[in-house]
Write a protein that binds this ligand. Structure first.
Ligand SMILES: Nc1ncnc2c1ncn2[C@@H]1O[C@H](COP(=O)(O)OP(=O)(O)OP(=O)(O)O)[C@@H](O)[C@H]1O
Ligand code: SF4
Ligand SMILES: [Mg+2]
Length: 453
């Protein structure tokens, strides 16, 4: 558990759990709860009158990772890199094209609806958009009690009592049982979504952008609530987010995804202190410095110039080579494997950063030199005021920090808009409750050639 996960002024009181729905036997903390090997999801592209398959969107293209009991695995990466698809694959809302998913040592990759029913209690998902993921025609009581009905579970004391207890757990008034979603704010709605996900006392909760649709002021409350619930209920999380500040706060380990693959997987401290994959380094350079004393000091931000390549025909070799400033011929032709280069730090790169042999031995490709722009932030302040680290924050420094934060807020807003498309399909899954999401993707599984991704 990360030390950043301190409880702050937004603490919520968590009442003792009643003897409720589905008693679960937790795996010992640190044991592997979920094991993913070679996981793939290729969405077919169909065109023409006969709807023949003419290609595929390689949304997820060979993921290998474990999730350990009691930990939070953060998943980060640019829009379209396959984060949501990964989340929906491990919760079995989508049928994988290849690879395996094991939960508590049991292969659940191709379990049918009936086989998955008991697993649905243990694996739950929280969705990004608290507005579209709650059915507006159902009361809060109806929404949170849906998983009990779908699973045929009768909690001790009855469903209503249990739902009211859950409302209290997530910091809502149990008296609001009969209200409708539109009578709640965005943050309160996300709490309702969390209560629904917790109804059956799951072991693993996959949260897809749980706070990106919320105001910054509300984000902290929901993040702290997730933290508190993890400590109280011993939950294991996979949290998907764009916001690197959120990821840093919540995660024990972090997986960085690029174009359907994990390029780096490391514990939080190592990743933030010494990222090894060039893509991770570029992402990290955009994170505002949290220490006010260090704000305004000279720091370099790496701006990747090229567009994200299409997952329909990803680049050969290392998928990042078209945007990497260190790319060499070998990067173009040979795909680097994800290997452990330092204890607890797995990286897929031929010329990793923060490693003894990080300088490419061969000639860097000419186009690679043009692939990034390095922007120095806070230079003027650092030069004018050498004691900036000790002195109170200068106005110019504050401006630089504010600008970085504003840029990040704008990015977050853009990102949440960008993920609306995939959320639309998830919302329909979500609104029918946990077990309601048992159906496979069906028509959602295919895409017309006109797709822009
Ligand atoms: N049902 C689908 N049919 C076809 N393509 C899909 C489908 N769902 C996702 N994709 C494609 O798969 C790729 C990965 O999408 P995904 O939603 O997993 O990305 P993401 O990392 O979650 O992005 P964001 O951060 O914007 O939410 C995208 O190119 C997307 O267009
Ligand atoms: S150095 Fe090569 S292998 Fe490493 S990220 Fe850059 S292009 Fe990929
Ligand atoms: Mg997404």
């Amino acid at each position: 558990m990360s030390e950043d996960k301190g409880v702050t002024d937004n603490d919520v009181a968590i009442p003792a759990q009643s003897k409720g729905a589905a008693p679960t036997e937790d795996a010992a903390p640190g044991e592997v709860l979920l094991k993913v090997s070679g996981l793939q999801k290729h969405f077919p592209i169909r065109s023409g009158l006969l709807k023949r398959q003419t290609g595929s969107v390689k949304a997820v293209d060979g993921l290998d990772f474990d999730v350990r009991s009691g930990e939070t695995l953060g998943v980060v990466g640019e829009s379209g890199c396959g984060k949501s698809t990964m989340g929906r694959l491990i919760t079995r809302l989508l049928e994988p094209t290849g690879g395996t998913v094991e939960f508590e040592g049991r292969d659940i990759t191709h379990l049918g609806v009936r086989g998955m029913r008991p697993m649905r209690r243990d694996v739950q998902m929280i969705f990004q958009d608290p507005y579209s993921s709650l059915n507006p025609r159902h009361t809060v009581g109806g929404i949170i009690s849906a998983p009990f009905k779908l699973q045929g579970v009768e909690p001790e004391g009855g469903v209503k009592k249990e739902v009211q207890r859950l409302l209290e757990v997530v910091g809502l008034n149990p008296e609001h049982y009969n209200r409708y979603p539109h009578e709640f704010s965005g943050g309160q709605r996300q709490r309702i979504g969390i209560a629904r996900a917790l109804a059956l006392k799951p072991k693993l909760v996959v949260a897809d952008e749980p706070v990106s649709a919320l105001d910054v002021s509300i984000q902290a409350q929901v993040v702290n609530l997730l933290d508190d619930l993890q400590q109280e209920l011993g939950l294991t999380y996979v949290i998907i987010a764009h916001d690197l500040s959120v990821i840093r706060h919540v995660s024990d380990r972090i997986a960085v995804m690029y174009l359907g693959k994990i390029v780096e997987l490391a514990d939080r401290k190592s990743l933030y202190a010494a990222p090894m994959h060039p893509y991770t380094k570029a992402l990290m350079s955009a994170v505002p410095v949290p220490d006010p004393k260090r704000r305004g000091m000279k720091s370099e931000r790496i701006l990747l110039k090229g567009d994200v390549p299409s997952p329909i025909s990803p680049p050969s070799g290392c998928r990042f080579h078209t945007r990497c400033w260190k790319a060499t011929e070998v990067c173009k032709t040979q795909e680097p494997a994800l290997v452990e280069l330092k204890p607890g730090q797995q990286v897929a790169c031929h010329h990793p950063e923060n490693a003894p042999d990080q300088a490419p031995g061969e000639e860097v490709l000419p186009e690679a030199r043009e692939s990034i722009e390095v922007v120095t932030i806070g230079e003027a302040v650092a030069e004018e005021s050498p004691a900036a680290s000790e002195a109170p924050e200068e106005p110019a420094a504050a401006e630089a920090a504010e600008a970085a934060e504003a840029a990040e807020a704008a990015e977050a807003a853009e990102a949440s808009q960008a993920s609306e498309t995939s959320e639309a399909s998830e919302a329909s899954d979500a609104s029918s409750g946990a077990a309601g999401a048992e159906g496979e993707s069906g028509p959602d599984d295919t895409v017309q050639e006109s797709t822009d991704k």
